[in-house]
Design a protein around this ligand. Structure first.
Ligand SMILES: C[S@@+](CC[C@H](N)C(=O)[O-])C[C@H]1O[C@@H](n2cnc3c(N)ncnc32)[C@H](O)[C@@H]1O
Length: 482
């Protein structure tokens, strides 16, 4: 029996698994015994006589900040990241969220941003680069702080060094590379002038409540927590989202990864669809999050266009209940949104309508219904377009209506190489407890992406790369079809 098999059969293994998941939130490993055992084995390779019970005792004694726990965490965490990852989300921040923060904080002249789960740091530096490139004049005399945190201490060391290989800067425009990085042999060092506002520290997102402002993580204007929650289970995600909600100022902004959107986020934050991306806003006290048009609708990628400060926006007032829009009206509204990429054209989140405004029809219901109308009408008019059926499936799945499985199947019938449709069809089956077809479609998605280069963008993925989709599929794909 090899060492990994021995670890798997050891009666202490389930306790180590529970302890590690409890300490890190990485529930991803709950059904990945072989992967977890393999990583524990790596840690034990130079300790041939150490049994699992003694190893567990060592971990318990030192806790997640201890050296051996950290070494194990280094093995367990997935740090995939790169500069300007999901550019459209950064564009949304520059077009909508940052100008709004500048208006809101013009008295205090403070801007606080947190990159939570920052890995080796590109997300945080990207923010400083964008702020300096697009808002330098308006931020003169401001106190700006961008804090990047991660569970993995070695990632944080790399982040602090700010020196990267080609992989982290892949796809960057040569002009941006030249402007923002110094060449150091084969490596790229972030220029000192883009490192003035950014700092990094080790921080565990699932370890109790988030610290408050005295520790630098409160009263935040913007939080990016992208591609971190996909590794957590639902209760951990819920707790974390509540904590993130807590540390944001009213009207503050949250950005999550594409695979992390959905009802959990929508129940606390108002989705604000910006062409090409959806970002989320903490409602002001007393306002419930309002539903908005979904991100799954046709994407339009503007280049970053930063406008002069617009006239002061009036505080949003409760609107009368809307009548359910017709599909044509909804499509017209969507088209209008897509056609104007400037901040002024972007829809403003609306607070929920007071119940006195009408029987059971709220603005949220109206918007959701309108979005669905629009999507159905598009699908009817573009029956042979797989992307439209795919987006309808996403929307139906998010709203819990219609037949998303049928919509994803139609997309695949029209394009059998539509990897993301296979992936979402698999997820839809998985959520319904249908594990055999779920595994089959994860397998199909994997086979489709296997024929593509890792750096290629996935169709309908909003910037998702083949490598990222592969690692998302691997989270779910067990290789067995029960
Ligand atoms: C895939 S990376 C995402 C990096 C970056 N946010 C991005 O989207 O490019 C996920 C990061 O989450 C971190 N992470 C996982 N569990 C964590 C926890 N409990 N607390 C803090 N960070 C955690 C990992 O160490 C890893 O660096």
């Amino acid at each position: 029996m090899n060492r990994i098999d021995a670890i798997l059969r050891d009666p202490v293994f389930p306790r180590i698994k529970a302890a590690v998941i409890g300490a890190t939130g990485l529930a991803y490993y709950a059904d990945k015994d072989a992967a977890l055992a393999e990583r524990i084995n790596r840690r034990l390779s130079d300790k041939p006589t150490l049994g699992l019970a003694a190893y567990l005792a060592q971990l318990a004694a030192e806790g997640p900040a201890g050296p051996e726990y950290q070494a194990l965490i280094n093995e367990l965490t997935v740090g995939e990241t790169f500069f300007f990852r999901y550019a459209e989300q950064f564009e949304a921040l520059c077009a909508v969220a940052i100008p709004e923060c500048l208006r809101r904080n013009r008295e205090s002249r403070l801007l606080r941003i947190w990159s939570a789960g920052c890995s080796i740091g590109p997300e945080a530096y990207t923010l400083e680069i964008l702020l300096k490139r697009h808002f330098a004049d308006r931020l003169r005399d401001w106190q700006v702080s961008i804090v990047g945190t991660d569970l993995n201490a070695s990632f944080i060391e790399t982040a602090r060094r700010g020196v990267y290989g080609n992989w982290a800067v892949r796809g960057l425009d040569p002009a941006v590379l030249a402007e923002c990085f110094d060449r150091q042999g084969d490596l790229w060092a972030v220029k000192p002038r883009f490192r003035e506002w950014t700092s990094f520290s080790v921080f565990n997102l699932v370890d109790g409540p988030l610290p408050n402002y005295p520790r630098g993580l409160g009263a935040l204007d913007v939080v990016l927590c992208r591609n971190v929650m996909i590794y957590f289970d639902e209760p951990t995600r819920t707790r974390l989202l509540e904590n993130l909600h807590e540390v944001l100022v009213p009207n503050g902004w949250l950005v999550v990864g594409h695979a992390e959107t959905g009802q959990q986020v929508n129940s606390l934050f108002t989705p604000v669809p910006v062409p090409g991306a959806t970002i989320y806003r903490k409602p002001r006290p007393g306002c419930a999050p309002a539903a908005a048009l979904p991100a799954a609708l046709p994407a339009y990628m503007p280049s970053i266009a930063v406008e002069p400060p617009p006239a002061e926006a009036k505080p949003a007032e409760p609107k009368p209940a809307k009548k359910r829009s017709t599909a044509t009206e909804s499509v017209a509204r969507l088209r209008a949104t897509a056609a104007k990429p400037t901040p002024a054209s972007l829809p403003t989140p609306q607070p929920a309508v007071p119940s006195s405004a009408g029987p059971s029809v709220t603005a949220s219901d109206g918007d959701r219904a309108a979005a669905l109308d629009a999507c159905i009408a598009l699908a009817e008019r573009n029956r042979l377009d797989p992307a439209v059926h795919f987006r309808l499936g996403l929307l139906e799945e998010e709203l819990g209506v219609g037949d998303p499985i049928a919509a994803f199947k139609r997309a695949l019938y029209l394009d059998s190489d539509f990897a993301l449709a296979d992936y979402h069809l698999a997820l839809a089956y998985w959520r319904r407890g249908k594990l055999a077809p779920a595994q089959r479609h994860f397998r199909n998605a994997r086979a489709t992406v296997a024929t593509h280069d890792a750096t290629e963008l996935v169709a309908e993925g909003g910037g998702l790369t083949v490598a990222e989709l592969r690692s998302m599929i691997d989270l779910w794909f067990s290789g067995e079809e029960p």
